[in-house]
Design a protein around this ligand. Structure first.
Ligand SMILES: [Zn+2]
Length: 275
């Protein structure tokens, strides 16, 4: 599943290719992906509009069209491709934004879990899905005091608490495992019992882990040709996630796997303390 660094990589790859291009029409092959409008309304609103920029908040891509913003979430398998207008429509292609330069931006999604919300800018942050989001680790307000306040009444483990997008925006299963390894915290430690000093570690580790992943994603952009994918490029750089049985990079103890709140969780039992 794409996480914040992969979505940022998609954003950086797409933006220069479609910025200032105009939408001639939208072809909708699977309308339920569009949460706010019918396929016909969606097309009517977007036709003739120019892509001003692409932003990102957490794992949401925001395509800016003058007074409208299209919010795209890739969920499990969503991918964008830039293709010639006359190319054949592939099996899992559900939307095509036909552009005025002879190309189209095609949205491909094997599992159809991705979402599109088209919003007026005036309602963008007042309505779901953006109204309930927590802070990104890069936000200056994301500090140990913010986490302390958010965790105060959380009797749950730190792992699901960090996965909660109303608290931290953009950390998913892979990066939470990496952040907890970096901060030397056991994934089952109760969130409300963690002191300020260790919360500060979590803040710093979140930034370090995400920066590193974004840098790696950035470096792989050069290998793109005309298609944009977001699969597992960071796996070689992970310390604990998906590393079951491999030696811990710090102490050589084999990495363990457990379930925490139903999510497969990797950690080093020696380095990551429950105390
Ligand atoms: Zn270790």
């Amino acid at each position: 599943m794409p996480e914040l660094p992969e979505v940022e990589t998609v954003r950086r790859t797409l933006e220069p290719r479609i910025k200032n291009k105009k939408i001639d029409s939208v072809s909708v092959y699977y309308a339920p992906l569009i949460k706010t409008h019918t396929a016909q309304e969606f097309n009517q609103i977007l036709v003739g509009r120019t892509v001003q920029s692409i932003d990102r908040i957490g794992k949401y891509l925001l395509f800016n069209f003058e007074e409208y913003t299209l919010i795209s979430h890739l969920r499990m398998e969503g991918k964008y491709y830039i293709k010639p207008l006359d190319s054949t429509i592939s099996k899992h292609e559900h939307l095509r934004f036909n552009l005025n330069d002879g190309t189209c931006l095609a949205y491909n999604d094997v599992r159809k879990f991705g979402t599109f919300d088209l919003k007026l800018n005036t309602e963008l942050y007042q309505t779901l899905p953006l109204s309930k989001l927590g802070l990104e680790p890069f936000n200056p307000a994301f500090d140990e005091y913010y986490l302390k306040q958010k965790f105060m009444h959380k009797k749950q483990a730190i792992k699901p608490a960090l996965l909660d997008q109303t608290i931290v925006l953009g950390l998913g299963n892979i990066y939470v495992d990496e952040v907890l390894f970096c901060a030397k915290l056991h994934p089952e430690k109760k969130a409300h019992t963690i002191g300020l000093k260790r919360l500060k570690n979590i803040v710093q580790c979140s930034q370090v882990v995400l920066h590193k992943a974004i840098d790696l994603g950035g470096s792989s952009i050069r290998t793109y040709t005309d298609s944009l994918g977001v699969t597992g490029r960071f796996q070689n750089q992970l310390n604990v996630h998906m590393q079951l049985g491999k030696p811990c990079p710090l102490c050589d103890t084999p990495i363990m796997k457990i379930k925490v709140s139903g999510r497969g969780t990797y950690y080093c039992k020696k380095c990551q303390s429950k105390r």
